[in-house]
Design a protein around this ligand. Structure first.
Ligand code: PLP
Length: 358
């Protein structure tokens, strides 16, 4: 029994691990691991294309957008986006809702004209700020972070933002709920939360942004990667192989709409345990900004924190320690985390409160 709430690098569905194990030393009767096949050969190419089509199908990606699989994590996107998309006379605009958006903004400032136009920092990133930014002709783009992994906040509706060049870091909630891709010019996500293992980053980019620039190195150019169908250099074959299996699992499980139903049910169980505790537990995020992916909370009596972790582990529940910058606890409940794990956690929280809450 694995009751595991670690924020990363990866939470994989059990079925995916079983299939990967089965195919480990004999991929489709070839006697080789898929990693041993040429990345220009038919076996791998089929996987590469299948992974892209599954992304398209599951997220209903229109023909106006391309799907890329790159390396370097979401952090490389923090740099690639401004390198490719800030042109002369334009300014990149950032919405700051946590450490990851701060990091994205910091990279942009190193590269070109950039400005933070909205920030939620005043609330210690407990609540999402009002999104009242009015687009300007001089904007290179507007960058948001859909789910703030560390603070446990999440924009509740991804279809409400309007900007002609809207960019979103969806690393920690892509594939967790349906949204309209056509609202976005570029979406990126390090795979290691809902898509598979680290080592591959999914990018969904509107085709009009695929312009090559002389001063951008080829390996950092979206246009070069798109032209080469994400095979400009050796791709992370095994990561993409696993990502493809994860997408197949999402599809067989009922697709992204079903993921949302499950994720809401999972998150409810833990938020309810927090809310009925009368201050024994306190949610870090304000209720209207709560994330379905990362449930963050603290103990009213912080002296009990070590005991909480100790006893949770004695009960077979792992990975609850909060991010070092926020403290407290974080239950990351990505797509692959089952309902039963959330119920076990809520039950443990109730028992812990009964024991120490008097
Ligand atoms: N953006 C968000 C929202 C994240 O949660 C993370 C990592 O947890 C990153 C960016 C950084 O991703 P990577 O480690 O793939 O560079």
């Amino acid at each position: 029994k694995r009751i595991y709430f670690q924020a990363g690098p990866t939470t994989l569905p059990k079925e995916v691990m079983e299939q990967a194990k089965e195919e480990w030393d004999d991929f489709q009767g070839t006697g080789l691991n898929i990693m041993e096949h040429s990345h220009r050969g038919k076996h791998y190419e089929d996987i590469h294309e299948q992974a892209k089509s599954r992304m398209r199908l599951l997220l209903d990606i229109p023909d106006t957008h391309d799907v890329l699989f790159l390396q370097g994590g979401a952090s490389l996107q923090f740099a690639m986006i401004p390198m490719n998309l800030i042109s002369q006379g334009k300014t990149a605009k950032y919405v700051l809702t946590g450490s990851w958006s701060e990091k994205a903004f910091k990279e942009a400032k190193r590269i070109g004209s950039s400005e933070a136009v909205i920030t939620g920092k005043d609330s210690e990133y407990r609540t999402l700020p009002k999104m009242d930014y009015v687009p300007s002709d001089s904007d290179a783009y507007l960058h948001i972070t859909s789910n703030n992994t560390i603070y446990g906040t999440q924009w509740q509706d991804l279809n409400t933002f309007t900007h002609p060049t809207l960019i979103a870091d969806m690393s920690s909630d892509i594939m967790s709920k349906p949204f309209s891709v056509s609202n976005y010019a570029l979406i990126y996500a390090g795979a290691q939360k809902n898509l598979g293992p680290s080592g591959v980053t999914a990018i969904i980019i509107r085709k009009d942004l695929l312009q090559d620039h002389e001063n951008v190195p080829s390996i950092l150019s979206y246009a070069v990667h798109a032209k080469n169908k994400s095979l400009y250099n050796t791709p992370p074959v095994y990561s993409i192989y696993l990502l493809n299996l994860v997408l197949d699992w999402v599809d067989r499980s009922g697709g992204v709409a079903e993921m949302e139903v499950r994720n809401k049910k999972k998150a409810d169980v833990i938020y309810n345990a927090i809310d009925r505790s009368n201050g024994f537990y306190n949610g870090y995020a304000t209720p209207e900004s709560r994330s379905l992916m990362n449930v963050t909370f603290t103990l009213g009596n912080s002296d009990l924190e070590k005991q909480f972790i100790k006893e949770s582990e004695e009960n077979g529940i792992y990975g609850l320690k909060g991010h070092r910058s926020v403290g407290g606890f974080r239950a990351s409940i990505y797509n692959a985390v089952p309902q039963e794990s959330c119920e076990s956690l809520a039950e443990f929280m109730d028992h812990f409160q009964e024991k120490y809450g008097k």
